[in-house]
Every structure is written in structure tokens, then in C-alpha cells.
Design a protein. Structure first.
Length: 476
């Protein structure tokens, strides 16, 4: 008997060749006999768009917690991503962010970081590293259309290939990483498993995004963002500019119902000027648009509580967007998927054969932990927008919002408060860490430095911007 058979599943099938699916393969490949990934579409050979990833058109990044999880699953992959053109942005040292409570200060001591890159490049680097392993194979243009087994044990999936032929594929473990369009709830119902709890909270935010040729060197250039303020009596609006590979800026604008951005290219930059501060519009007037504007209405927070099912089958795990999706403005999806995959790997690596008999149950609970942190952060903000549907803020929500708002205002002039907030946003600490005695004291004292009244560009950045303005000024 092989080591894989004695310790855990011999054959693993992963539904979906998404980032989550590839990270799931990275998590299990060293502990099983073989891994087969089922992908409904063709996979690109280079850093090109992959069908079925609409969120790739909009800004997102890897939080520090997610980047470290990917590097643990695929050692050296973040260095490869950086070498291919991604940016490591120190937080908040290279961030020009206008929060509802004011401008965040660019502390010179960076405590965290984010990785910014096009989604196409991130997918390529991860996919290439995973598929180097001969134990991992991909079957493209193949859809999973159901589960094999019963309410006690899943034993594989039913497939449909490109010409419509159906067949059965047996497996010891099935991982659903098929994303937002997952049919897992329906498949479970077909096995007689009902009662799956689902929660949905939708602020109604609409995204419009566009790529630009950056007018300045992007290496070392800061992230720029204007956040929405739910306290204002007008539709919420927000936006962000990320430096990414190819000397480009990835730009997204967001607006709630009554103040949505449109697909019209001529409206994009004027909309940026309607945000709470015009800094993004001031920067974009120097940049060259690349391509058309992409629009998305799919920004709802949605969560399936698989870990709470009273009857759960062995041999089945859900990961990534199949479990939960978040408003993209909070940049959590990729990192949550990576942390969930890392939790799965650790269970396989440290569990005894007896423990692994119930691997799926334990894995789903472990995957739920980073999901819960991200869910608390995203819904804790979105619930306060007037346009939000799904539930209304309760007294506890309002009290928490007041505390977080005070802490956020403190963070504009307190390194301790800024670090505490960043620990949580980076998915490296639970939200409960914000009520530690030292953080409570910082919030009580308030900011130790005066608030900034304008964007904090450093002298080198200001010199570049001044040079752009002089070149574009009309002659005498």
C-alpha cells in the first residue's frame, strides 16, 4: 500500500481550473497519488484572460496573508510573480488612501504589504508552478454535472465533455473550486442533503474598470484610492488605481444605485472627479487609456455555510468562491482561497490516518475560518450603505461601526492603530484583535498627529507629477 493510500485519498478530482482550483491542487499534490483538474474552458498558455473570471477586469490584490499562503503552497512563486512584473507595495508606506475618516498617513515603517498584478499574470504563475508536477493533470472543455455517491460519501463526479458525452470519474476526494457559478448546492440536494444555509448581502455597487498606460515609472509608485463613506446622504462612490505589470495602471471606479459608473469611455474620467476627492481624476488626465471600459454588477457578498450542514458527506470539500464571494472592493477573494488551500494542506500533512478518514469535515471547518474573517470585514462595512439589501444594521452593527470609525480616524495619526487595522485587513489577525487593551487605549486617546489635508505624495512622486503638468501645459 502506498503512503498516499495509507494516509489519505489516493485520487483527487478538482472541479474548476481557477486560481482556487490550482491552489487546491498545490495543497494536495504531495499527499495523494494523483490530481485531476476539470476545467470547462480552455486554459491560456500565457498571461491572457481566462474565460469565466469576470472579476479579473477589476482591481484586486493579494493581501500579505494570501501571498504568504501561496508562497507556502508553492515556494518561490511570489518571487516569480515579482520577476514577471508584479509589485510589492508596502503598507501604508506606498499607499495614498482617502478613508471616510481622512487621509491615511504613509508611515515610513512598513508592517505589511500587498502584491499587485494583473489577474492574468497571477493565474499564469500559479498555474505554471502547479502543472510542473507530473501528478497534476488538467482535462479542459469538460464540465462536472453531478456527484457520484450518496448522502454519506461522495465517490467522484459525473462529466460531460465538449461533444456532450457523459461519463463517470471516480475519486477518493472531490474539491469544488468552480467559483461563483458553483452548482454544489443543487448537487447536494440531488443526494438528499438539504438545509444548506446561505447568506447574501448586496450593497448594489457597480464596478467600471479600465487599464491605462502609466505616465510615470510604476516600480515604487503607490496605490491610490478613495473610499466610500456610508455616512454621506448620497450614493456611495469609490475608486482605486493599482500599479501592475506592463507599466500599467489598473483603475476601478465604483458607485451604488443612483450613482453608478457607466460603460461609456467618455464618462470614465469625469466620474472619477465626482468621488470624495479628485486625486484619481487628477492622475488619470496624464495617463493613456488602453482598451474599453469593463462593467460588472456582480459585487454581492454571498456565503454558503457548508461547515454547518448537519449531514455532510465524506469525500467532498468546497473552496474559494464556491464557499463565499465578497464585494471586490475589499480585495479578499484570492487571499481567502489561498488561506483555505493552506489549511487543507496542513490537515493532510499533520493528520493521522484515523483523522483523515473524516478529512472533508475537518477541512471544511478549517476553510471556514479565513472565510469568516473576510466575511465579517466585508459585511461589517457594506451593511451600513443605504442601498444594501440582505439585512439592515442592528444595534451591535452600529456600535461596532462607531468604534471602527473612531479607530480608523485614530489610524490617520497613530502608528499603533494603523498597524492594528492592517493586521486584520491583511488577513493575519482576527477582527477580535481590534479590542485588545492596547488598541482600545489607542482608540480612546485618538490620533497623535494632526490629520493630513491633502494626498501625501513624497518629493520624488511630486516632482514626477509636476514634470507631467509642465509638459502638458499650453505654450505661450
Amino acid at each position: 500500500m502506498s503512503e498516499a493510500t495509507s494516509r489519505g485519498p489516493e485520487r483527487v478530482v478538482i472541479v474548476g481550473g481557477s486560481l482556487a482550483g490550482m491552489l487546491a491542487a498545490a495543497a494536495v499534490k504531495d499527499h495523494v497519488g494523483s490530481v485531476e483538474i476539470l476545467e470547462a474552458h480552455d486554459l491560456p498558455a500565457g498571461p491572457e484572460p481566462r474565460t469565466g473570471v469576470p472579476q479579473a477586469a477589476h482591481i484586486h490584490w493579494l493581501q500579505a496573508g494570501g501571498a504568504e499562503a501561496i508562497d507556502a503552497l508553492l515556494p518561490g512563486s511570489i518571487d516569480l510573480l515579482m520577476a514577471a512584473g508584479a509589485h510589492r507595495i508596502p503598507v501604508t508606506t506606498n499607499m495614498v488612501i482617502f478613508s471616510p475618516e481622512g487621509w491615511y498617513r504613509r508611515w515610513q515603517r512598513a508592517t505589511h504589504y500587498v502584491i499587485t498584478a494583473s489577474r492574468d499574470l497571477t493565474d499564469l504563475v500559479v498555474r505554471s508552478e502547479v502543472l510542473k508536477d507530473p501528478r497534476v493533470t488538467v482535462r479542459t472543455r469538460t464540465k462536472a454535472v453531478g456527484l457520484l455517491g450518496d448522502r454519506r460519501t461522495v465517490r467522484g463526479v459525473r462529466l460531460r465533455d465538449a461533444d456532450g458525452t457523459t461519463s463517470d470519474l471516480r475519486a477518493d476526494l472531490v474539491i469544488d473550486a468552480s467559483g461563483r457559478a458553483s452548482r454544489l448546492p443543487r448537487w447536494l440536494a440531488e443526494l438528499g442533503l438539504t438545509g444548506l444555509a446561505e447568506e447574501r448581502l448586496d450593497s448594489g455597487m457597480v464596478y467600471a474598470s479600465r487599464l491605462y498606460r502609466a505616465p510615470v515609472p510604476t516600480r515604487g509608485w503607490p496605490v491610490v484610492g478613495v473610499q466610500a463613506d456610508p455616512r454621506l446622504r448620497r450614493p456611495a462612490k469609490a475608486g482605486g488605481i493599482l500599479p501592475i505589470d506592463g507599466d500599467r495602471w489598473h483603475v476601478s471606479l465604483m458607485g451604488a444605485p443612483g450613482g453608478e459608473p457607466t460603460r461609456a469611455a467618455e464618462d470614465f474620467e469625469p466620474f472619477a472627479r465626482t468621488l470624495r476627492h479628485p486625486v484619481m481624476a487628477d492622475l488619470l488626465k496624464h495617463a493613456e487609456p488602453l482598451g474599453e471600459v469593463s462593467v460588472s454588477h456582480s459585487t454581492a457578498n454571498r456565503r454558503h455555510y457548508y461547515e454547518r450542514l448537519s449531514a455532510r458527506p465524506d469525500g467532498l470539500v468546497a473552496l474559494g468562491d464556491s464557499v463565499a464571494t465578497f464585494n471586490p472592493v475589499y480585495a479578499q477573494g484570492m487571499s481567502v482561497a489561498a488561506l483555505g488551500a493552506l489549511a487543507l494542506r496542513d490537515l493532510l500533512a499533520t493528520g493521522s490516518p484515523r483523522d483523515l478518514a473524516h478529512l472533508a469535515h475537518r477541512a471544511q471547518r478549517a476553510i471556514a475560518r479565513p472565510v469568516h474573517i473576510a466575511w465579517t470585514l466585508a459585511t461589517g462595512q457594506d451593511v451600513h450603505f443605504a442601498t444594501t439589501k440582505g439585512r439592515h444594521p442592528k444595534l451591535a452593527d452600529r456600535l461596532l461601526r462607531r468604534y471602527v470609525s473612531r479607530l480608523s480616524r485614530t489610524a490617520t495619526g497613530s502608528f499603533r492603530a494603523a498597524t492594528a487595522l492592517t493586521d486584520v485587513l491583511a488577513l493575519q489577525a482576527p477582527p477580535t484583535s481590534l479590542v485588545r487593551p492596547g488598541v482600545l487605549l489607542a482608540a480612546l486617546i485618538g490620533p497623535l498627529r494632526p490629520q493630513l489635508d491633502s494626498p501625501q505624495f513624497n518629493p520624488a512622486e511630486r516632482q514626477l507629477l509636476d514634470g507631467l503638468s509642465r509638459r502638458e501645459a499650453p505654450g505661450p
